[in-house]
Design a protein around this ligand. Structure first.
Ligand code: AMP
Length: 563
């Protein structure tokens, strides 16, 4: 059996194909989604998913998340004493999914179809494939996420040529793809998106409305309180799915406060976010040289498309109802599983992918002016946006910051974060400028990126015309078969937490965290419960462990509600 895997930025999931169609495989905790989070504890034991996410709350320096953004790059993640590349962390996630599939299907799984964003270039597709190999999976095929979603909806079965738009709004990212089906080939015609727009922003709208209503300043909340309020807003947001009015309840400084808002008012507050959604849609349409009315179908992917505000916006914009018969969280994994089954029968959907785009944003580090006239260093200024069709060349001008400044240093960065330090430093160069008043001297920075991943950086001092150039070559991180094998052995030295004990470990971690967060009597009680649970674990009696686990789960949930 070949399984289909959606290796996501925040969550991953896998599916298989049976007589009754494609089905999601639940993970070891019985859940469909496995958070794409990896942790390594002091003993070198690796955890993946919800357990790693819980562990990360107390040991952020020993866990990594959102590493998919750096797939195929040299960025290293330090987890305690260990260092990993994005593809190795992804391998841990894939290994966990593989094990869960093996247990659920009761057979060994050695092959998979894995999905990647449509804008992943060859290098990142190869790195994803290698992640699969490191996890002991032969990657039968890499498939683009929008193609997989289209397959899940059966769009490849259409007789005539069809154009559709895949609208993917996840927790923190928004991707639009325009696909065209023509004689059994699915072509990705254009992709666009916003890396900093997602369901979380729609939750923040409710958080801010609550704070405004009660005239509470966000700075007066601790991180923990803010997290609680965010959680309450998140729950309320999801309740809009079947309610016209929701209430957020939150205890602020020992006082219970409530805020009720109607769907109509909430949608009005969401207007600026919906406007932001419009832009990438327009850009993808113009890149594909088609009009909005040329779109035959709209396919929804990502949890945030369940929001009625988003749904209504789509209906109004496209003047048609999108098909919602498939859970948008699951569409990509289901499509990958169908592709896997078709592959086995030798009739897989063929796709044409977009690889001649610059897949990362390339920019430089700058200082930005704050309202009071002071400057803040460390900000990222994009020069070539991701998804720019290559070859491409763009120039930005930057000015001196201090009086009598003698030189300007240009850091060449790749990545999507607003902050330079979170992006990858590719190189740097320094040019001398004539002394003068602050802001009088300037340099023009030109980035030219070509099809062979060569980035030429040219810095020109405006007043003197002096030019400095540097060519940065995208490093090939191809590994030989030998190297893959060797790294696989190295990684397998690490013990992965036994899957049958996963829930116990998750509860113990949660208990330890709540112990640290509480004081007084609550603390004493948590300690008592944890000891009772540990005792049950030592008894090795299945029945005792299950009873103790149920009890501890309820007790901790009670504490969490009251913190
Ligand atoms: P994903 O990254 O695709 O798992 O999407 C996660 C986002 O979907 C989060 O921001 C969730 O708040 C949002 N989401 C999930 N379910 C719902 C729902 N029923 N209504 C509104 N938003 C939802």
């Amino acid at each position: 059996m070949i399984i289909g895997i959606d290796l996501g930025t925040t969550n991953s999931l896998c599916a298989y194909y049976s007589e009754e169609g494609a089905k999601i495989i639940p993970n070891r905790l019985g859940k469909p989604l496995t958070p794409s989070v990896v942790s390594v504890d002091e003993q070198g034991v690796v955890s993946v998913g919800e357990t790693a996410k819980e562990y990360a709350l107390m040991h952020p320096d020993r866990a990594a998340s959102v590493f998919k953004r750096f797939m195929g790059t040299d960025k290293q993640y330090q987890l305690g004493n260990y260092e990993y590349h994005s593809e190795e962390l992804s391998a841990f996630v894939l290994r966990a999914l593989k094990e869960d599939a093996e247990t659920y299907l009761n057979e060994e799984i050695t092959e998979a179809v894995i999905s990647v964003p449509a804008y992943f270039d060859d290098k990142r597709r190869k790195a994803t494939k290698r992640a699969g190999e490191l996890a002991g999976l032969k990657v039968e095929r890499i498939i683009s996420e929008p193609t997989a979603a289209a397959i899940a909806y059966g769009l490849y079965e259409k007789r005539k040529s069809t154009r559709f738009l895949v609208f993917d709004l996840g927790g923190g990212t928004f991707d639009v793809s325009i696909l065209e089906l023509f004689e059994n080939i699915l072509e990705v015609r254009a992709v666009a998106g916003d890396n900093y727009l997602g369901g979380e922003d729609f939750t923040d709208i409710l958080v801010n409305a609550f704070l405004e209503e009660h005239e509470i300043s966000v700075d007066s909340l601790t991180l923990r309180e803010l997290g609680k309020l965010h959680q309450a807003a998140e729950t309320a947001k999801c309740e809009f799915s079947d309610k016209d009015e929701v209430t957020i309840a939150f205890r602020y400084h020992e006082e219970e406060k409530e805020y009720t808002i109607s769907l109509k008012d909430y949608e009005a507050l969401c207007e600026p976010l919906l406007e932001k959604i419009r832009k990438p849609i327009q850009r993808s349409l113009s890149d594909a040289h088609i009009k909005l009315s040329d779109i035959d179908e709209v396919v929804l992917v990502g949890g945030a498309t369940k929001l009625s505000a988003v749904h209504n916006f789509i209906v109004k914009l496209f003047r048609k109802f999108p098909d919602t018969s498939i859970n948008p969280d699951e569409a990509v994994a289901l499509g990958a599983a169908i592709q896997a089954a078709m592959k086995e029968r030798n009739e897989a959907v063929k796709e044409v992918i977009l690889t001649d785009v610059c897949s990362f944003t390339l920019g430089t580090e700058v200082c930005v002016e704050r309202g009071n006239g002071s400057f803040e260093a460390g900000h990222f200024m994009p020069i070539l946006d991701r998804n720019t069709v290559i070859p491409a060349s763009r120039t930005e001008r930057v000015y001196t910051l201090h009086d009598n400044q003698e030189s300007i240093r240009v850091n060449v960065l790749q990545g999507e974060s607003r902050f330079a330090q979170n992006n990858l430093l590719l190189g740097s160069m320094t040019v001398n400028v004539p002394k003068g008043a602050a802001g009088e001297e300037a340099i023009d920075i030109t980035y030219t990126y070509d099809i062979n991943s060569l980035l030429e950086v040219e810095v020109k001092v405006v007043s003197t015309g002096e030019v400095k150039k540097q060519v940065i070559k995208g490093k090939s991180n191809d590994m030989s078969e030998e190297e893959v094998k060797q790294r696989m052995e190295e990684l397998s030295y690490l013990k992965v937490h036994p899957r049958d004990q996963e829930e116990n470990r998750l509860l113990l971690l949660k208990g330890e965290r709540l112990y640290e967060e509480s004081t007084g009597d609550v603390r004493i009680r948590i300690d008592m419960w944890l000891r009772a649970f540990e005792e049950a674990l030592n008894s090795r009696s299945r029945e005792k462990i299950e009873d103790a686990r149920r009890e501890l789960r309820e007790q901790l949930a009670g504490v969490e509600r009251n913190i």
